[in-house]
Design a protein around this ligand. Structure first.
Ligand code: 2AM
Ligand code: CA
Ligand code: CA
Ligand code: CA
Length: 273
């Protein structure tokens, strides 16, 4: 079995475990603030994935949101970047609209991405250079769109903050419409399938974007930070993902006037809440 096949198989197993345990009462704790939740299922799912990887590929290294991986500071060899439950708030409040996300890199290069929409049993996956799939269906390359006919995804929180309102309100205003799904991984998957045309957010961690970046780029999406720079699996970043024409329009017409502020935000002087 290839590493790619193995990754898909353990994600499907992890999803099955989550579905089976959904009726059991969750243990919910807070992390950085009262709205930043983690449950026993986040931790158990990450522990399961990490133990499976360790057992089959002891030399591979792992970064996981819940800390079951290692402290990784370089990208040598195989690197797994794991979010056991992306969309924990959706998981807790809705028992749906959450995903397992994995991005795998080899010597710093993209190798494979897997995103599993657990409750809808939809597996988005891609091996770099070999196209992206939803379950067994190949995903077509994205068509270019203009903002006026595009649906974008953005968390409305960004429109309530003084520091970001003037940057993002014109985008929402000019777009055909805006959505907010509450799972970064699913946002990437929705761009990859053309359900939305762009996903724009100010701060994601490597486990939020790694799987999605690899899948979205396979269908021709442009994935960068909001300064147009490449993402790196070891660092948190702002995110702009869209089909090529829309990516360029958003970058040139809407975000580049705010380069100075975005640079400041990138240097970590802005906290999300
Ligand atoms: P999580 O559910 O794995 O924590 C919700 O808008 C999206 O942003 C989810 O993908 C969520 O991932 C992520 N997210 C939640 N809190 C965040 C934070 N403080 N910084 C960055 N990303 C966050
Ligand atoms: Ca979290
Ligand atoms: Ca996440
Ligand atoms: Ca998570």
């Amino acid at each position: 079995m290839s590493i790619y096949q193995f990754a898909k198989s353990i994600v499907l197993l992890a999803g099955q475990r989550i579905r089976e345990e959904l009726s059991q009462e969750l243990i919910i704790e807070t992390k950085s603030n009262p709205n930043d939740l983690v449950t026993n299922m986040d931790k158990e799912t990450e522990a399961f994935l990490v133990s499976q990887i360790n057992e089959h590929y002891p030399e591979h290294r792992i970064i996981g949101e819940e800390g079951h991986g290692q402290d990784v500071t370089d990208t040598e060899g195989y690197l797994w970047v794991i979010d056991p439950i992306d969309g924990t708030l959706n998981f807790v409040h809705q028992q749906q609209n959450f995903a397992i996300s994995i991005g795998i890199f080899h010597d710093g290069k993209k190798y494979a991405g897997v995103i599993y929409d657990v409750m809808n049993d939809k597996l988005y996956h891609a091996e770099a250079g070999h196209g992206a799939y939803l379950n067994d269906q190949p995903l077509p390359v994205l068509k270019d769109t203009e903002l006026v006919t595009s649906i974008i995804s953005m968390n409305p929180n960004w429109l309530t903050k003084e520091r970001t309102r003037d940057m993002y309100a014109p985008i929402v205003q000019a777009a055909r419409s805006a959505r907010s799904y509450g799972s970064a991984a699913l946002d990437f998957a929705y761009v990859a399938t053309g359900i939305i045309d762009s996903y724009i957010t100010l701060r994601l961690h490597p486990w939020d974007f790694s799987g999605g970046m690899i899948i979205a780029e396979e269908v021709g999406a442009v994935v960068s930070n909001q300064l147009g720079e490449k993402l790196d699996p070891l660092h948190s970043s702002s995110i702009l993902v869209a089909n090529p024409a829309l990516h360029q329009e958003l970058l040139n017409d809407y975000l580049s006037p705010y380069r100075a502020r975005l640079n400041e935000i990138h240097q970590g002087q802005f906290s999300r809440r």
